[in-house]
Design a protein around this ligand. Sequence first.
Ligand code: ZN
Length: 298
Amino acid sequence: MRIANHAGRLALVEPDAESPGGLRGLDVERASDGRFAADPQAVYDRWDEFRDWAGTADLAAAVPLGSVDSPGAALGPVAPRPPQVFAVGLNYRDHAAESGMDLPATPLVFTKYASSFTGPQGDITLSPGTVDWEVELVAVIGTGGHRIPAAQGWDHVAGLTVGQDLSDRVAQFAAPPPQFGMGKSYPGFSPMGPALVSVDELRAAGLDPDDLELGCLVNGESVQKGRTGAMIFSVPVLVAELSAIVTLLPGDVVFTGTPAGIGAGRTPPRFLGDGDELVTWCAGIGQMQHRFVTGDRS
Ligand code: ZN
């Protein structure tokens, strides 16, 4: 199953065979005769019930929603107002090495404030400092819980999408210790999409949800390419580690960390500038496309 946020309304979607990268979708509130609300965030509170209904929905009536490179697509974040947002730093060995940091013994967790969320296409205004890319697999929690065993971790994940943990490195490292949450939460710095794909849908497509290929390109040049199988703490282990302390809630969002290839790890460092185009992708999920623009830098 795939869902998307189309113009602020929950849609059940599928890839559009006639438009590469495009989606076809059904408006969930209308197709369910009002049983499920239009609000994309509300669905996670009734995830099991929704999943059962979605299995019976007739996608033959789906209509084209456009693609991420079409301005009319109007796709928003798949979980626009999560109760909690978790982000994990240094979760790939090669990225920890390029950052000059030791490997964490337990997940390094911070937050990205939800006001930084945006959809999978459109312009993002550059912040005053140096803006860096970080492709990340993003998990959205379905059924919550406390002290969830890793063996049951996937059962608590509604689905996966791809995101960017955009980072202003000047704000992040202005003074020790680093300000992860602030430096990564300028408006638009947490894009995600184009759709949320359930774990069983990925498996049905022959993909291993524990080992998905993902990456990003700046102006057509591949700058990050990795596999989630290289994560130090896998998604089910992150569910276990987070829920060992915090009660996970339906609709919570987890940014799972970035592989190597960030701009700050290059010699010389490279950052995003006015007019740069960033394409972000994950196998089985799809891609996002953003352009960076200069805002008020005072
Ligand atoms: Zn990150």
